[in-house]
Design a protein around this ligand. Sequence first.
Ligand SMILES: [Zn+2]
Length: 144
Amino acid sequence: MSNKKTNPSYFWSILTMKCPRCRRGTMFNDANTFKTLKLSHIFNMPVTCKVCKQKFDLEDGFWFGTGYVSYALAVAVSVATFIAWIVLIGISTEDNRIFWWLGSNTVILIISQPWLMRMSRVLYIRFFVGYDKNYEKTKPVELN
Ligand SMILES: [Zn+2]
């Protein structure tokens, strides 16, 4: 019956912020992070996945652990901009280009913060809820 359906890819489901269980339903009400100009709206999520009924907020304070994930993401972004800076602009002890990198990196981190915060939820819930290709027949994951 659903044998012909292709399995959505892991990385694509992360990039498009899809439900970890079915990889089809969206995790946020407004798919475009930067369209929601009000920061208080960036975490507007459906209570359960519209496709597979997976609950997203698995328990009280569930999203607390995302702090570690967003920290790791911020470090990853900084490493990436640092490498890009060395390749494109270069760094020397003779001038203050390193401080320009520091400033630029800070601006990039601030601008991408809403996206990083969402992404940390998308990644964090994947530690608890795995992909289930039979999501139509099985029950959503619950923490007890
Ligand atoms: Zn789902």
